[in-house]
Design a protein around this ligand. Structure first.
Ligand code: ASP
Ligand code: MG
Length: 416
């Protein structure tokens, strides 16, 4: 079996859905499970519905109309009739959403969020199911909630892999083409849960691992994984192959490769992960697999802007040792600072952090009780994996370097 995942951009309009159909016909018309996200920016549009609903806002009807009209438009373009079964099914599913909004009495925001947000994935997979039938592909529509079981931690539910594997495994025998939703799951009480924003890749990995699939392919609007972000670097190169560990390393430093959570189930079962372009499906793309290293062996650049550099020194010239360092980390952890780089000498300790929750002033106030504190906001952190002299020169040119750290494989510099 193969698993294909199509994200929002790959089903954002009627043309994109047709393109998906062509890809499925050519590359996976049987023995394939297709995981699909909500169309385009539907999840954001449904978040607006959730917020209006939760706050009793005036804009609830308008927010719902955005979602409704967008899908109806795509259905009309694909099936050319208001009375097509795809339209009727959409109306029925949409009514179920309205029904929830009218009858729900649970005031837990995260609960309501999941009960509303998952309609994006239901709409998209229902439409795609009809479309694949229209182009003569026989497809079974599966409700992912019957297969992926989680705890009740709404919006970031934890998957029960044992139960999930038992439920998914029989699908391996069907030999059919199947379509299901990314991102959504259910708990023991039967309520819908979700796996966190952008969770559809993770869904594809779970199905791939539980089915012992021959491969998982993520179809995207880029040629594959690149060695640099085209917004900051000229002429990035395609990385054709890399190990799971390399992909996890790149993700750790902030590259938008796959989330480690997505890679882990695949790594455990040694299932190759392909990242390919739905605009150029014959392109080689990237494969993440067990073989060591990365190919081509080029430097990989990762930039994180708007970081904070905090430099501490002791008030009395005493050494900064284990005890102080553990206090510093406890504090950073408490204020949800994400630590990017650390460097210490006898009497100074530097740490570059991502101030995700705007807690810098609190952290600094606490640190000042024990240390002399200097900090610089709005610094950039450049990480280069597999650096060489040229890469170092490129990164260092025309910048004020505040901190530099090198290990065998990785160079990191903090600049202003
Ligand atoms: N539709 C969800 C989101 O936009 C899940 C996904 O696309 O992966 O976050
Ligand atoms: Mg999406």
């Amino acid at each position: 079996m193969k698993v294909f995942k199509f994200g929002g951009a790959s089903v954002k309009d009627a043309q994109a859905v047709k393109n998906l159909g062509t890809i499925v016909k050519h590359y996976g018309s049987n023995d394939t499970l297709i995981v699909v996200s909500a169309m385009g920016k539907t999840t954001n549009a449904l978040e607006a519905v959730v917020n209006q609903y939760a706050n009793g806002g005036q804009g609830l009807q308008a927010a719902l109309q955005v979602v409704k009209q967008y899908h109806k438009q795509i259905i009309l373009e694909l099936f050319l009739s208001e009375a097509h079964p795809a339209m009727l099914q959409f109306e029925t599913t949409y009514k179920a959403l309205l029904q929830f909004l009218e009858t729900n009495t649970n005031t837990n925001y995260d609960f309501s969020y999941d009960q509303i947000i998952h309609y994006g994935e239901l709409f998209s997979t229902q439409i795609i199911g009809h479309f694949l039938n229209q182009i003569d592909l026989e497809v079974s529509w599966l409700d992912a909630r019957n297969y992926i079981k989680t705890n009740a931690n709404y919006r970031r539910a934890l998957v029960d892999m044992q139960v999930t594997e038992r439920l998914i495994l029989p699908l391996a025998e069907t030999g059919k083409l199947m379509v299901t939703q990314g991102f959504i799951a259910s708990n023991a009480e039967g309520f819908t849960t979700t796996l966190g924003r952008e969770g559809s890749d993770y869904t594809a990995a779970i199905f791939g691992a539980c089915l012992q699939a021959e491969s998982v392919t993520i179809w995207k609007d880029v040629p594959g994984v690149l060695n640099a972000d085209p917004r900051y670097f000229e002429a990035p190169e395609l990385l054709e192959r890399m190990s799971y560990n390399e992909a996890i390393e790149l993700a750790f430093y902030g590259a938008s490769v796959m989330h480690p959570k997505t890679l882990q189930p695949l790594q455990q079962k040694a299932i190759p992960l392909h990242v390919k372009s739905f605009l150029n499906p014959d392109g080689v793309g990237t494969v993440v697999h067990t073989q060591a290293g990365i190919h081509p062996q080029v430097p990989c650049y990762i930039v994180k802007k708007n970081q904070m550099l905090i430099q501490l020194s002791s008030l009395d010239f005493s050494y900064i040792v284990e005890e102080n360092i553990s206090d510093i980390f406890r504090l950073l952890h408490h204020f949800k600072m994400k630590v990017d780089v650390i460097q210490n000498s006898a009497i100074t300790f530097s740490v570059c952090v991502d101030d995700l929750y705007n807690t810098l002033q609190d952290v600094v106030a606490h640190l000042q009780q024990k240390f002399k504190v200097q900090y610089t906001t709005n610094v950039a952190l450049y990480t280069v994996r597999h650096y060489n002299t040229q890469a170092i020169a490129l990164i260092e040119s025309n910048k004020t370097i505040l901190l530099k750290q090198r290990s065998q494989d990785t160079l990191q510099i903090v600049t202003q």
